[in-house]
Design a protein around this ligand. Sequence first.
Ligand code: ATP
Length: 135
Amino acid sequence: MATIKLEVVSPDKMVYSEDISMLIVRSTAGDLGIMPKHAPLVAGLVPQAMRIKKEGTEELIAVAGGFVEVQPEKITVLASAAETKADIDAARAQKSYERAQKRISSKAADVDMARAEASLKRAMARLQVSGKNIH
Ligand code: ATP
């Protein structure tokens, strides 16, 4: 099966570097399924659980935001933060989720709604990757 190299880079490390068969990411313009021979592109990413398909298995990586760049031989995800399941502290993500929920539902004048919503999305992505249910 055809593969393409995927590198996921966060500010402090290379989070993932493997040959994969497909990457499914949510860009600011919508969902993208990227397979070998995909046309070159650069797109902004929203907070999400990015899906990687490889040898019949699927792995998730939480991405806080950043960019995806597709070149003929390589996909690069330049992430503001990215974590695999093993790297996620689920309790921290749960607390972050609850904090953001509280801020959003308070509707207080001093709450930066866009910031709270972005924080909520980051926490949801981390909880999804960690396999924990949100409650
Ligand atoms: P928090 O509210 O818990 O700080 P956040 O969404 O504000 O979360 P970010 O600004 O996206 O956090 O990330 C800051 C750093 O902390 C990054 O290096 C990121 O990988 C790491 N990080 C954030 N949340 C978690 C988590 N639940 N588990 C592991 N690492 C995390």
